[in-house]
Design a protein around this ligand. Structure first.
Ligand code: GN1
Ligand code: MG
Length: 362
């Protein structure tokens, strides 16, 4: 607590800090809610950036600043009200930097968005708003005048993620490969089909656009009425295929169970959530999407549970070096839950295709 206060003393805060407590359920960074007095002063979010994962903190924070100022400009041009709740705001340090380095860790501060909530699960109605919000997010960033860096190179490159899995299997550092062989076999069967995006990109048929790349349902802030205020967790905003945002939302929101559900019977792909999000997303994004992008949205809904199975399993095989875990088997339980979701999504692909046709009147 004392340490965190001294970190905060390097930032240009208004108000007096009265409380600092842990915030959120992110698997990568550490976040704290900072409460200040008097009541009209802003509250803040203090974050320790995980710089073993985000190795280029300068690039990370520059992207963050550019994305948020670009979106702010769009919202102003549209004449929106309440803009401070609709886009994140970075608080600079006293010497006008976008982060503070204490010699060991890197820290940043954001303005806390008041009266806003995030959820681990949403209704179809909220999913519809979320679809519009992410379509709009991509649309607003379509003309950002700078080239954003890839904060994690090859982040959603399926070929690269499979290569990491294969390397982990070959090294078998934690001696866990034998136990997961059946799951590895299942993943291998699908490997070629799942690398479709990379092939289409190489053939010049699939563009990269600025995407959020971590559209977990809990990375969205809703107001009291269920409208999406803004999208948070902007560390991974970078050029990617639009499948990233569509697919990762489905992976988290259209899962009737938990991401790490130990009971696989709970885990099923929820078509009502798919429909609602797809409707909202297409309303905003249809103007810039190509036919290849639209036709492969069902593929995206299977790609992300697949990729996440690969990533969790890779981490399990490596001995849990990437994701925060709560118990020793956690990454294995996560892998199995994501694989079950994949199977359920695969079965729903024909229904997904039919719904997209219906939306587009074709
Ligand atoms: C991580 O930071 P968080 O918890 O929102 C991860 C995502 C994964 C997700 C799985 C930088 O997201 O890519 O999909 O966990 N972020 C990074 O829950 O690896
Ligand atoms: Mg998050």
């Amino acid at each position: 607590m004392k340490d965190l206060s001294s970190i905060l003393s390097h930032f240009a805060l208004t108000g007096k800090v009265v409380e600092i407590k842990p915030l959120g359920a992110g698997l990568i960074n550490d976040s704290y809610k900072v409460t200040t007095t008097p009541p009209e002063a802003s509250d803040y979010v203090l974050q320790r950036i995980n710089h073993t994962i985000f190795t280029n903190v300068d690039m990370l924070q520059n992207n963050f600043y550019r994305v948020t100022t670009h979106i702010r400009g769009k919202l102003e041009a549209r004449g929106e009200n309440d803009i401070d709740r609709k886009v994140l705001t970075l608080v600079p340090t006293l010497d006008h930097k976008l982060y503070y380095h204490d010699g060991e860790s890197y820290w940043r501060v954001l303005i806390f968005i008041p009266n806003a909530k995030s959820y681990e699960a949403v209704t179809p109605e909220y999913s519809y708003y979320a679809g519009q919000a992410f379509g709009d997010f991509q649309a607003m960033l379509a003309d950002i005048p700078v080239k954003l860096g890839e904060t994690i190179p090859d982040f959603h490159n399926m070929e690269f993620r499979l290569k990491q899995l294969h390397e982990a299997v070959a090294a078998d550092t934690a001696g866990r490969v034998a136990e997961v062989q059946p799951l590895l076999d299942e993943l291998e069967k699908r490997a070629d089909a799942m690398c479709l995006a990379e092939r289409l990109h190489r053939e010049g048929k699939l563009p990269k656009r600025i995407c959020h790349c971590d559209t977990k349902v809990n990375n969205m802030m809703f107001d009291e009425t269920g409208r999406v205020l803004c999208v948070i967790d902007l560390d991974t905003v970078m050029p990617s295929y639009i499948f990233s945002d569509f697919g990762d939302f489905m992976r988290t929101a259209a899962n009737s169970g938990e991401e790490d559900d130990p009971n696989l019977d709970n885990v099923n792909f929820n078509m009502e959530i798919f429909k609602a999000f797809t409707k909202g997303y297409l309303e905003k994004a249809r103007v810039f999407l190509t036919d290849i992008e639209i036709d492969n949205l069902p593929y995206a809904a299977t790609l992300f549970p697949y990729m996440q199975t690969v990533r969790f399993l890779t981490d399990y095989i490596n001995g849990d070096t990437y994701y925060k875990i709560k118990y020793p088997e956690h990454n294995l339980v996560r892998s199995r839950a994501q694989f079950k979701l994949l199977q359920s999504a695969e079965a729903a692909v024909p229904a997904m295709k039919a719904y997209i046709d219906e939306c587009l009147g074709r």
